[in-house]
Design a protein around this ligand. Structure first.
Ligand code: UDX
Length: 443
């Protein structure tokens, strides 16, 4: 079987590589020549554990190819995935010009029947536009070649994307025909071995599933952040409340960890997008509007705690940050809460010294020039007046209290992910503030 994937971003690369790994002949296409040349040499533009090795292996085996020519990649391809970017336009809505440009190009060059699958996260109704764009080009050529469209949203978590692809909880596919269903079922068969379902449905349902899934997860997080803040006020510990509710199988214990707000490339964008879609049907999604507002406020909570601790005067104070990326195992800084926290602290006159195992290069592109970066976690603690844990990278989990005590000017830790034991911190002489953990236990 031969397929092509257009767009060598995070979704396209992972998808293409994982299909190639099952023996499918895959061509990954991108207009960015430099990127394609690098990929041919094995240089991968993103940080995703396991991806580089898998790419090299499949390239060596001759199953994974990289090209700048969509036209050539269409030759004998049965399926083409559109996985190009949909950046937010000026009004915040997804810019579909890349997706539709690819659809038009497919229509211009296709010579045999093909299934055109939208993989990029796109507004509900996009598949119709994809179909129209392909058809318009075929009509211009007077070509009567049958083609199908499908929507196949991805549910990949950054940092765990390969595993998520290889062992999906489910695969969701919206199709317009049984023929398309047959081809896609064959392609995904190797991933269905452990009773993971492939769910075929109509196209609008598949498109909405993606938004509903991400909004539900974002809702869980904002709900827990709200409860965590209430815990602090009433003297409760959110860790206990979390376990207490999570043991109810109807609620479940996943994705109910409070923190400094959700970030990344999906949740913030998708929650906004579904709100916008619903508004266009005059049906405001009041719950999700609240989810978003809670998240915006939650990103500011750490800075507020720091200011409160220092009696609203942090001018000239040195604040150390551990972690910058929106979550561990990625260098992604998109919508990272750390950016909001840094802004708030810098505006209040603090000096920031940050360390992140992989995201510092990305951070340098996006964050205030005034902040400085350290070589390792302890480097940034020299003369620090406070430490803020912002991303729960494994290497921050067991801190060396002795070294910390020696280096820091003032012993206080603000833990944005609740990874530390409050009592242990206190026993080692540190003031400790988590999220939603009763203040009465703080020294
Ligand atoms: C998410 C979805 O999980 C994935 O299915 C979808 O396809 C893309 O969006 P991702 O953005 O990579 O994946 O990250 P995820 O691990 O889901 O975390 C998102 C954010 O929620 C992070 O900022 C994380 O710190 C936060 N989070 C997650 C919490 O604050 N609490 C939790 O309990 C879980």
């Amino acid at each position: 079987m031969k397929i092509s994937i257009v767009g060598t971003g995070y979704v396209g690369l992972v998808t293409g590589t994982c299909f190639a790994d099952t023996g499918v002949n895959v061509t990954c296409v991108d207009i960015d020549e430099k990127k394609i040349n690098n990929l041919k040499k094995g240089i991968v533009p993103i940080y995703e554990p396991g991806l580089e090795t898998m790419i090299k292996n499949n390239v060596e085996k001759g199953r994974l190819h990289f090209s700048t020519s969509l036209k050539e990649s269409l030759d004998q391809a049965e399926v083409i995935f559109i996985a190009v970017g949909t950046p937010p336009g000026e009004d915040g809505s997804a810019d579909l010009s890349y997706v539709l440009a690819v659809a038009s190009e497919i229509g211009r060059h296709m010579t045999q029947s093909i299934v055109v699958v939208t993989k990029s996260t796109v507004p509900i109704g996009t598949s119709k536009k994809v179909r129209a764009a392909v058809k318009a080009e075929l009509d211009k050529r007077n070509a009567d070649i049958p083609f199908y469209v499908a929507s196949n949203p991805e549910f990949l978590k950054e940092g765990n994307a390969i595993d998520d692809f290889l062992k999906p909880d489910r695969i969701v596919v919206g199709t317009d025909s049984e023929d398309a269903e047959k081809v896609i079922r064959r392609l995904y068969k190797p991933f269905l071995l452990n009773n993971h379902p492939i769910l075929f449905m109509d196209i609008p349902s598949a498109e909405l599933t993606k938004y509903a899934a991400n909004s539900m997860l974002a809702t869980k997080i904002s709900f827990m952040n709200d409860i965590a803040n209430l815990c602090e006020l009433v003297g409760a510990d959110v860790n206990m409340v979390r376990k207490g509710i999570g043991s109810d199988s109807r609620i479940g214990n996943k994705f109910i960890y409070p923190g400094i707000g959700y970030g990344g490339s999906c949740f913030p964008k998708d929650v906004k997008a579904i709100i916008r879609t619903a508004n266009s049907y005059n049906y405001p999604l009041r719950l999700l509007e609240a989810v978003e507002n809670v998240n915006e406020d939650q990103k500011k909570i750490m800075a507020a705690k720091v200011k409160n601790y220092f009696n609203n005067d942090i001018k000239g104070k040195t604040i150390a940050l551990w972690g910058l990326s929106f979550k561990p195992n990625t260098d992604d800084m998109r919508e990272a809460p750390s950016k909001v926290i840094i802004k708030e602290l810098v505006e209040a006159g603090a000096k920031i010294k940050a360390y992140d195992p992989v995201a510092m290069d990305e951070a340098k592109k996006e964050v205030e020039d005034s902040i400085t970066y350290g070589q390792d976690p302890y480097d940034v603690l020299i003369d620090a007046d406070a430490l803020l844990l912002l991303t729960e990278w494994p290497e921050f989990r067991i801190p060396n209290y002795k070294v910390m005590s020696k280096l820091m000017n003032h012993k206080v830790v603000f833990d944005g992910r609740n990874i530390y034991d409050m009592n242990e911190m206190n026993e080692n002489g540190f003031d400790y503030f988590g999220i939603g953990r009763s203040q009465k236990e703080v020294k």
